[in-house]
Design a protein around this ligand. Structure first.
Ligand code: 5GP
Length: 138
C-alpha cells in the first residue's frame, strides 16, 4: 500500500489531536470537520480499503467504536451522529488508509446524505443474496 498522511500521523511525524490509542487503533480529530467533534478512527495496520483489513484490526476498531462514539457525544453534547466509512474515489475516499468517521449532528452541521432508494427486484435479489452468501464462505 502507498504511504499516506495517516501513516505519518501514526508514526508521530505529523501532529494530530489524539483522542484514543491502543496497540491496533488510533483516533484523532478530523482536520476539516463536518461538525464539531468530527473524529477519525483508524487501524494502525496500513490497509487502503476496508475489504483489505485483517479480522484482528477490524475487531479492534469494532470494539472501540461504540466507546469512542459515546465519548464524542459526551464531549460535544450531540445526541445524533453518523459513522461513515468511504472506500474508493467514487465513494468519496480521499485518504487511502482505512478510516471510520464519527460525525456528530449539530443542527445543520454534520453529514449530508443523498439517499435515493430504488425498487427491489425479488428475483434479482434472490440470486444476488445467494451469490454474496457463497462469496462470504470463500
Ligand atoms: P475520506 O474522504 O478519505 O473518507 O476522508 C478523509 C478525511 O481525512 C477528511 O475528512 C480529511 O479532512 C481528513 N484528513 C486529511 N488529512 C488530514 C490530516 O493531515 N490530519 C487530520 N487530522 N485529518 C486529515
Amino acid at each position: 500500500m502507498a504511504e499516506t498522511i495517516f501513516s505519518k500521523i501514526i508514526r508521530g511525524e505529523i501532529p494530530c489531536h489524539k483522542v484514543y490509542e491502543d496497540d491496533l487503533v488510533l483516533a484523532f480529530l478530523d482536520i476539516n470537520p463536518l461538525s464539531v467533534g468530527h473524529t477519525l478512527v483508524i487501524p494502525k495496520e496500513p490497509a487502503a480499503t476496508l475489504d483489505q483489513l485483517s479480522d484482528e484490526s477490524a475487531a479492534a476498531i469494532g470494539r472501540v467504536l461504540p466507546r469512542l462514539s459515546r465519548a464524542v457525544l459526551a464531549a460535544t453534547g450531540a445526541k445524533d451522529w453518523n459513522i461513515l466509512q468511504n472506500n474508493g474515489v467514487a465513494a468519496h475516499q480521499a485518504v487511502f488508509h482505512v478510516h471510520f468517521h464519527i460525525i456528530p449532528k449539530h443542527d445543520d452541521a454534520g453529514l449530508g446524505i443523498g439517499w435515493k432508494q430504488r425498487n427491489f427486484d425479488h428475483a434479482q435479489g434472490k440470486a444476488l443474496a445467494a451469490q454474496i452468501a457463497a462469496a462470504v464462505k470463500g
